[in-house]
Ligand binder design. Structure first.
Ligand SMILES: Cc1ncc(COP(=O)(O)O)c(C=O)c1O
Length: 374
């Protein structure tokens, strides 16, 4: 039986989410902007989902804007928050997802000074370097992810918020990988804007959210109708929004049990890997997501190992799904100071709720056999 170990790339749809979505795909529901009963039913479903998501992430329902996913949310936050301002400085963590890095870098065309924030060997922000960048003055926006998609390393977002705010900068947090895996509280983090995506927490693909504090002025990046307070025009994807809401509610109720389940698997894998020769675990020593383990085996190239594991029925990643196949080592590992040959060896395992101990044992056995064949 094939084994799926790539939940940071995407998760399977929870059957309970599908059940909640189905009436909005097959039923007689109208356009949420229509005033008749069909429209009102769709509108009510959207607002219920907004509250469900707000309850998961510690924000007010009115602070949520539906988007098409984490990528759009990051673009809306970074471009939308800087659009109304005169150009200044933008800082982003060197291990951010491309949706943050590329959105930030695009601002250079509008006259912004855009710089990455260095990280240390475990993937944590180099705070001294960050403070120096802030002290240089003029920084208006800082983007820092809560959890890294490759290594699972968690950043101290509160500290970034305190330092950034003291220097007059807003803080955007990409929480796409954190939501549903660890407790997440928008207010407590001190963030001004925060990105989420449903398909990382057993919801449907193509639906996300941007949380933004009321005081943050965001310029729309999609112009159109008055939907989402004019911030994101276009008829809402009602079924997907309903699915995101239910996925968020399930994640809230089941968070602790889910985290404990994947942590046990992660620890089992990590203990088993320690017995293999020449293993390097990325982000070891830093706080990490409970479900994620990225490693390299000496003498193995990541893409080749990934294909060999695929032939044996294991679906893993060689880094971020987006970087795979590009023939470039992970920018995350390079930023952590790993040489290219080690970064090229990276394999990421990300566990989910359906994974079992026996699958971890089979995976370790496969690795032992492959290591023995070298
Ligand atoms: C940290 C992070 N941010 C953003 C995204 C993009 O999310 P989406 O696939 O919903 O556009 C991902 C997806 O891999 C991610 O891991």
């Amino acid at each position: 039986m094939a084994v799926y170990f790539d939940h940071n790339a995407t998760t399977p749809l929870d059957p309970r989410v599908l059940e909640a979505m189905t009436p909005y795909l097959t039923g007689p529901y109208g356009n949420p902007s229509s005033v008749h009963r069909f429209g009102r039913a769709a509108r009510d479903a959207i607002e219920q989902a907004r509250q469900q998501l707000a309850d998961l992430v510690g924000c007010r329902a009115a602070e949520i804007t539906w988007t098409s996913g984490g990528t759009e949310s990051n673009n809306l936050a970074i471009k939308g928050a800087t659009d109304p301002l005169a150009p200044g400085g933008v800082l982003y963590g060197a291990t951010e997802h491309p949706a943050v890095m590329e959105a930030a870098e695009s601002l250079t065309r509008r006259g912004w000074r855009v710089e990455p924030i260095a990280v240390d060997a475990t993937g944590i922000v180099d705070w001294a370097a960050f403070e120096r960048q802030l002290a240089a003055g003029g920084v208006r926006l800082v983007a820092l992810m809560r959890a890294n998609n490759e290594t699972g390393v968690l950043q101290d977002v509160n500290r970034a918020a305190a330092l950034g705010h003291a220097a007059g900068a807003m803080l955007h947090v990409d929480a796409v990988q954190a939501a549903g895996k660890i407790p997440l509280d928008f207010r407590a983090l001190g963030a001004d804007t925060m990105s989420l995506s449903a398909h990382k927490l057993y919801g449907p693909k193509g639906i996300g959210a941007l949380i933004a504090r009321n005081e943050i002025e965001l310029a729309p990046q999609h112009h159109g109708g008055p939907q989402e307070r004019g911030l994101r025009g276009g008829t809402e994807n009602v079924a997907a929004i309903v699915g995101f809401g239910v996925a968020a509610e399930l994640a809230r109720v089941e968070l602790e049990a889910r985290a404990a389940h994947v942590l046990a698997l992660r620890d089992r894998l990590e203990a088993g890997l320690a017995a293999l020769p020449g293993v390097c675990i990325f982000g070891a020593g830093a706080p990490r997501l409970p479900n994620t383990l990225q490693f390299a085996l000496e003498g193995f190239e990541g893409e080749a190992l990934l294909m060999q594991l695929d032939r044996r029925g294991f679906g893993v990643s060689s880094g971020s799904a987006c970087a795979s196949g590009k023939g470039e080592p992970s920018h995350v590992l390079l930023a952590m100071g790993y040489p290219r040959d080690i970064a090229f060896g990276a394999i990421r395992v990300s566990f989910g709720q359906r994974n079992r101990e026996e699958e971890v044992d089979r995976f370790l056995q496969a690795l032992r056999e492959l290591a023995g064949q070298r």
